[in-house]
Ligand binder design. Structure first.
Ligand SMILES: *Cc1c(COP(=O)(O)O)cnc(C)c1O
Length: 373
């Protein structure tokens, strides 16, 4: 990793290089799978594998041993089906919109049923086809986002014929605070899940996201669903939650200049040089996922030297203070690090006032994407 960058090479026409380490991705998968055994480890590859490219990430995870993949919507399942062999199971977290059932069944996609309404539509298709159609049943245990309410759960437990023809594979729920070890809601949600599970004793559990994996065995169920941990984000405040970085981003310098004290920088003139300084303008901006909230907040790095962003981030460029480097270190075409050994995904997310998930899923399509193993 980083070969391209050391050579100072980026394919012509590209403002930067996004290096995606599929070997690190596979090592992260295997590390989680080892930790979770005997539970199985799925992979969440929604939103184009968190922006990293499901075309490359999906097959790499299958090679690493993954056989269960979660996406958010049916269109993602359709793409994934073409990429992976038929032995893998593909689950749709949001379930199906009315009318999508036949297409989903034709592709052998497994919907997550989040309401009695979704259950009855899936059941109707099963009866119509005289087939048993697989599904996961999600219950809301305290996040109030997706899943059957307690009343719906009780109605189904009292009348299992509501799910006639549906082959329920797992009882599923989702943690709201799984990344915070000490948050009291984790144990509360687990307790609610166990109450519901007592009504469906034949169903194995699918509960933990990345953070939940680090809450201990009690949270693992039979199938865990990590996303961010695979992609090198820090999944939890647990001390042993370090994952291998998967992403590196290096961006080109498009111009440098020296300016006297009092010089204003960028849109809105929000930065004023307090002394003579040297500046470099980088060839990427908020349209590339370097969020505008990094204005006067974040930094780039060059050989470990922090180079603060000054002024507002523009659509296609941003400006950094390079006074800390010897003159003419950087020039037109030089590359600086945005995400890499000196600045983690979590650091830039913190500077942007957001989370690693949003940084990854925002990374632009204009960077050259370099996949390494
Ligand atoms: C996105 C998502 C996940 C993966 O979460 P991470 O925190 O990235 O591990 C798991 N389960 C559900 C229901 C999700 O929406």
């Amino acid at each position: 990793m980083g070969e391209v960058v050391r050579l100072g090479y980026a394919p012509s026409g590209c403002s930067g290089v996004l290096t995606i380490d599929l070997g690190a991705l596979q090592r992260n998968y295997r590390a989680l799978a080892d930790r979770l055994r005997p539970a199985a480890t799925a992979a969440v590859v929604k939103a184009d594998a968190y922006g990293l490219g499901v075309d490359q990430v999906g097959p790499a995870l299958q090679t690493a041993g993954c056989r269960d993949f979660f996406v958010a919507q049916l269109s993602e399942a359709v793409s994934l089906r073409r990429l992976l062999t038929h032995e893998v199971r593909i689950y749709v977290l949001n379930g199906l919109q009315p009318g999508e059932e036949a297409a989903a069944a034709d592709l052998a996609v497994v919907p997550v049923l989040n309401s009695l309404e979704q259950l009855s539509l899936w059941s109707a298709l099963a009866k119509q086809r005289d087939a048993r159609l697989p599904a996961l049943l999600q219950v809301d245990t305290g996040m109030s986002r997706l899943g059957l309410s307690r009343q719906e759960v009780d109605a189904l437990a009292a009348d299992r014929s509501l799910g006639e023809g549906v082959d329920l594979r797992f009882l599923m729920s989702h943690l709201a605070c799984g990344d915070e070890q000490a948050h009291g809601q984790n144990a509360e949600q687990l307790a609610v899940l166990h109450q519901v599970a007592a009504l469906f004793p034949d169903l194995p559990l699918c509960f933990a996201n990345s953070g939940g994996i680090f809450l201990g065995h009690g949270f693992h169920g039979s199938l865990a669903r990590p996303g961010i941990a695979l992609y090198g984000g820090t999944p939890s405040d647990a001390p042993d939650a370090g994952m291998q970085p998967v992403v590196r981003l290096d961006v080109r310098v498009v111009q440098t200049r020296s300016v006297p004290a009092g010089t204003r920088v960028g849109y809105g003139a929000t930065y004023v040089a307090s002394a003579e300084m040297r500046l470099a303008t980088l060839a990427a901006g908020y349209a590339d996922g370097l969020l505008r909230s990094l204005s006067n907040a974040g930094a780039a790095y060059y050989e470990g030297v922090r180079l603060p962003i000054v002024g507002r981030v523009s659509m296609d460029s941003l400006t950094i203070d390079i006074s800390a480097l010897p003159a003419s270190t950087l020039r037109l075409g030089s590359m600086v690090e945005i995400i890499g050994p000196h600045q983690s995904l979590e650091m830039i997310a913190a500077d942007a006032g957001t989370i690693s998930y949003e940084i990854l899923t925002s990374l632009g399509r204009r960077f050259h994407r370099h996949y390494v193993v």
